[in-house]
Design a binder for this molecule. Structure first.
Ligand code: ATP
Ligand code: MG
Length: 130
C-alpha cells in the first residue's frame, strides 16, 4: 500500500493476464486514469480497442505514432503546469542514448548546449502559437 507498484507472478495459466486486464479495466473505469502496455505478443489488443484505446505498432517499415517531444501537463496540487526543463533534459537523454547506440560515442558539450537551446526555442515558439 505505501507505493503504487504491483508485481504479478504465478504459474503458467494461473490467471496473471486476466488479473492485470481486470485491474486495468476497473482502474480506467473508476479513476479515468490512462494505461500503457508494452505488449510484445499483442495480447492486449482486444482489451485496448474495447476500452477505446489506440494500438501503436512499432516495427520496421511501419510508421509509429509515438512523439517523444509531446509535452503532457504536470499537476501540482490543483494546478497544471508545463515542465519544460524536465522535458528538455528528457530529450537530451534520448538523443544521448541514440548517439551512444548508433555512433558509439557520447554527446559533447557543444552538442548538449545546442540541443538545450534548440529544444527550448521550439517549445517557446509553440507556446506563442496558442
Ligand atoms: N479468476 C478467474 N476465473 C475463471 N477463469 C479464470 C480466472 N483467471 C483466469 N482464468 C482463466 O484461466 C486461463 C488462463 O488465464 P491467464 O491467461 O490469465 O493466465 P496467465 O497466468 O496469464 O498465463 P500465461 O502464463 O500463459 O501468460 C484463461 O482461460 C482464463 O480465462
Ligand atoms: Mg499471460
Amino acid at each position: 500500500m505505501p507505493n503504487p507498484h504491483v508485481f504479478i507472478c504465478g504459474t503458467s495459466g494461473g490467471g496473471k493476464s486476466v488479473a492485470l486486464k481486470t485491474l486495468t479495466a476497473r482502474n480506467i473505469a473508476t479513476t479515468g486514469c490512462g494505461a500503457f502496455f508494452i505488449d510484445v505478443e499483442g495480447e492486449y489488443t482486444g482489451l485496448t480497442k474495447m476500452l477505446g484505446g489506440k494500438v501503436i505498432k512499432i516495427r520496421q517499415g511501419e510508421s509509429a505514432g509515438i512523439n517523444p517531444f509531446e509535452l503532457e501537463p504536470d499537476t501540482k496540487g490543483n494546478k497544471q503546469f508545463l515542465n519544460i526543463l524536465d522535458k528538455v533534459a528528457e530529450i537530451r537523454g534520448l538523443l544521448g542514448t541514440i548517439c551512444r547506440n548508433y555512433q558509439s560515442r557520447t554527446l559533447n558539450g557543444t552538442e548538449i548546449t545546442e540541443i538545450e537551446i534548440i529544444v527550448n526555442q521550439l517549445y517557446a515558439e509553440k507556446r506563442n502559437y496558442k
